[in-house]
Design a protein around this ligand. Sequence first.
Ligand code: CDT
Length: 319
Amino acid sequence: MKGTFLLAGGQLGPIARTDTRASVVKRLMALMHRAHAAGARLIVFPELALTTFFPRWYMPDQAEVDAFFETEMPNAAVQPLFDLAAKLGIGFYLGYAEKTVQGGRTRRFNTAILVDTKGRIVGKYRKIHLPGHAEPVPSYPWQHLEKRYFEVGDLGFPVWRTMGGILGMAICNDRRWPETFRVMGLQGVELVMLGYNTPAMNRMGGEAPHLRMVHHTLSIQSGAYQNGTYVCAVAKAGMEEGCLMMGGSAIVSPAGEIMAQAASLEDELILAPIDLDACQFNKTTVFNFAEHRRIEHYALITSRTGAEPPPPGDPDSEI
Ligand code: CDT
């Protein structure tokens, strides 16, 4: 694969809490087969693609939580997907819950890996923007306990020269933060892959489902346009354990246009032709960073986390 290839997004429909890894891997393999038959060389799967989205439940028993984590990758349940990828010569992005021991300490991350066309793991990313909360809130219709079950990723936003291009990864909520795309844009990224699990409703109300979809597409389209990169964002969608998850998996061009988008809330393949050279137009014109960025005015981006408005002014001077 040079810089021109067919890219696939393998959207998943819901995964029940009782579904086995083996049954999910079968679905992923079916999508991979279809992607390969269509001519794709790379397929992007969702965030936490091997299980149901378990942070929606408060589980006081850590053993119950740990049942959703992988301690090895690949492992016996996922090995058939790696074998198929190597056999077909197709790369993939896969999200999963990672439990690992580092320096004698058990650590848990919301992780994505990039596997090349020979079935080798060539990249790992650990989710940095963890949404939700660490303590259960009984009044919520469902929980979002990512801040309880995962640590903030410790690998930054690397990119990898692989499969003929410069590829990067993000996970779900990362797409809402322009910093995610810009840090990879500053490394010349040409394709950002991300999986997501996004409820179709805000659990506190106040946002219509169509607005949630606008926020999703707005985020990935602006990330693509402002950095001259393709973006492939892939959902786990549909009614999962009583919680409706949005679909809308999409492939966006470096001009910011949606090239392909899923129509269903089920297992569905989306496809788009990628020409990584097309990234150069934005990268060398309006978003020629070396030419136009003004970092002397951006210090607050890395020195201040929360917004601090200026003190109130003279009330008489206010409009
Ligand atoms: N998985 C994930 O990051 N989902 C979030 C939901 C936010 S609601 C707390 C998202 O940004 O889509």
